[in-house]
Design a protein around this ligand. Structure first.
Ligand code: C2G
Length: 129
């Protein structure tokens, strides 16, 4: 069984998130998603609308996702990859190069982001209307 891992905040879910998760799942058989905790979002200078508990429920409901774990720290990826026996780490190419150090443990793939949509754009557009 080929196991895939990705991480993200996944706030205000939109087609960009779904496109990423669909393509990630298509690369293997089992997809684990590390959803950023509220505390970790603070470290990423991100303020999610939905708290972690809600974002976890939402991501767990996505057909491509097999398991959700909390992403609480920048440094947990190596442990996660080893613990869950991950074959491929996948993330959007806005992170290109950032996680190349994981190549010692698994394949690393950066997928093209979906243009024109983002959680922050949704928030901004809502404020305007
Ligand atoms: N994404 C995408 N297209 C968009 C928006 C997001 O492909 N229009 C991808 C991102 O590249 C990421 C995933 O969807 O792979 C989740 O995006 P975010 O929720 O913004 O997550 P991010 O803040 O990038 O967190 O340790 C890694 C970080 O936790 C990643």
């Amino acid at each position: 069984m080929k196991k895939i891992m990705t991480y993200g905040t996944f706030d205000l879910l939109h087609p960009g998130h779904i496109n990423l998760l669909r393509r990630a799942k298509e690369m293997g058989d089992y997809l684990i998603v590390g959803v950023s905790t509220d505390e970790f979002n603070h470290k990423k200078n991100k303020k999610a609308y939905h708290p972690y508990k809600s974002r976890k429920i939402i991501v767990e409901a996505i057909r491509y996702v097999d398991k959700v774990i909390p992403e609480a720290d920048w440094d947990q990826k190596v442990d996660d990859i080893i613990r869950y026996d991950i074959d491929i780490f996948v993330i959007g190419d806005d992170w290109k190069g950032t996680f190349d150090f994981l190549k010692r443990y698994c394949d690393v793939t950066y997928l093209p982001r979906t243009s024109g949509v983002s959680s922050s754009k949704i928030k901004k557009d809502r404020e305007k209307n």
